[in-house]
Ligand binder design. Structure first.
Ligand code: C2G
Length: 441
């Protein structure tokens, strides 16, 4: 029996995939199809696969051409599979010609004819989301480079609004008003300074636009509630681009901790500090405000994700200069756990994250918010385990993919950074600004 194997994502299953599978089947008697896992696709730069793994498996199954289906989860798995299944022939479309010649040491390699004029990327682009940018802050250059990795989105132009930043994105069409932005887009990315964010988000929602906004989306709880109610009322997506929330390693770490791997959580300590000098300091003040407004969304995210929002007590210990909090520690007491978030825009501490549990703890080294590596530790260090997950580029691509997916799935929010998390964040910032239980030193 001649065994053939082929691999692919098979997203948005189309005629090109079918033709490939037919060619693969004709090469032998038994066809194994390896379908890539979501995580493996992200690792190999395919960020916005549209269909779920189950959908992609089902679509291949429906062709009746695969005698066996396996999941491709890691680089190098092909060699393991060829040996494990005693494969005679590996085949893949001619767009990969030469790329898999190394497999000739293990089996025959056949590059099958690729079907011209159709691809999953093209299908995604045909239904591309038209996205306008409102605000010209520095983050826009990173946003543009990250968006370049994502198919299914077209950046239509920029409206500088009340930006601190100068008009530096000449490669983009410059809108003259928000009305013009809204007339030509399905969604907007808002990165104006925090004090203007509410106005532009509300404007966009009232104009029927999905909103992807810099964090925090609001520093006022009532405004935050109003914006989320508006988004729900008009069936629009309102999402914050707090990149950590969408990153593979962070989401894996949350799942692991929630699985009980370190027992019940007793204490979370998360820090995010930086020392901004002169111009950078004044720019940060203009764009976001002090330490709590600028940086607390990161530590608040992990606290919310693992302990929820029903804390029994919250207190702030803060050091300020000329009315700006340059170093603040936020302490939470829950019924069965405690947590602290330390943020600073003019002081430096270790930027790690420690989650203490009744059986062990999780240690995420600095910069924990760019989680690529974390360790699950126990009393007996022989039981410790390390986890590594790639964090590509600036990380903004992960949030953008989720934003697009949430819109395409007709959902109003996604599980990575949901409305509850956004409200919890706005509530804490609002309490601090209202001087609730704040001790200055
Ligand atoms: N294909 C094709 N014609 C097209 C599109 C795709 O023949 N118009 C082939 C591809 O060459 C591939 C298979 O269909 O052999 C699946 O395509 P994708 O889902 O895009 O998978 P890809 O990312 O190419 O993965 O490691 C090998 C890779 O996993 C193939």
């Amino acid at each position: 029996m001649k065994k053939v194997i082929t691999y692919g994502t098979f997203d948005l299953f189309h005629e090109g995939h079918l033709n490939l599978l037919k060619q693969a089947k004709s090469l032998g008697d038994y066809l194994i199809v390896g379908i890539t896992s979501d995580y493996f696709d992200k690792c190999r730069g395919k960020y916005n696969v549209h269909d779920s793994l189950m959908t992609r498996i089902h679509n291949v199954q429906k062709t009746g051409l695969a005698d066996e289906i396996i999941i491709e989860e890691y680089l190098g798995q092909k060699i393991d599979d060829i040996k494990k299944y005693h494969v005679d022939i590996f085949t893949v479309g001619s767009d990969w010609i030469g790329y898999f010649d190394y497999l000739k040491d293990y089996c025959a390699v056949v590059y099958s004819e690729r079907t011209k004029g159709i691809s999953s990327t093209q299908i995604r682009n045909d239904s591309s989301l038209k996205l306008g940018i409102i605000g010209g802050e520095k983050i826009v250059s990173r946003f543009l480079s990250e968006a370049g990795f994502i198919s299914g989105i077209i950046i239509t132009g920029i409206y500088y609004a009340d930006s601190f930043g100068s008009r530096t994105y000449s490669e983009l069409y410059e809108y003259s008003s928000t009305q013009e932005v809204f007339s030509q887009t399905d969604a907007v990315y808002i990165n104006v300074p925090l004090k203007h964010r509410y106005k532009y988000i509300k404007d966009a929602l009232l104009s029927g636009k999905h909103v992807f906004t810099e964090f925090p989306f609001s520093n006022n709880y009532n405004n935050a509630k109003e914006l989320i109610e508006l988004a729900n009322k008009y069936n629009l997506v309102l999402m914050e681009d707090l990149k950590t929330a969408y990153c593979p390693a962070f989401t894996k770490m949350i799942s692991l901790v929630k699985s009980g791997i370190i027992g019940s959580i007793l204490n979370i300590e998360a820090r995010f500090t930086q020392i901004l000098e002169n111009d950078l300091f004044s720019e940060q003040l203009y764009i976001s405000g002090g330490s709590v407004e600028s940086l607390s969304p990161y530590p608040l995210l992990i606290i919310f994700k693992l302990l929820g929002w029903e804390y029994e007590d919250i207190s702030f210990t803060s050091h300020d200069e000329n009315g700006t909090d340059v170093f603040t520690k936020i302490d939470f007491r829950y019924s069965n756990a405690i947590a602290s978030a330390t943020v600073a825009i003019k002081a430096k501490s270790e930027g790690n994250l420690i989650i203490a549990g009744s059986k062990g703890y999780v240690y995420v080294p600095a910069p924990w918010w760019k989680t690529e590596f974390f360790e699950v530790c126990y009393e007996d260090i022989n039981n410790n385990s390390k986890y590594f997950y790639k964090f590509d580029g600036e990380g903004l691509r992960y949030g953008l993919v989720e934003f697009i997916k949430t819109i395409q799935n007709d959902s109003l929010q996604n599980g990575f950074m949901n409305h509850q998390a956004m409200l919890f964040e706005a509530k804490v910032i609002d309490l601090f600004l209202a001087n609730y239980n704040v001790q200055n030193f």
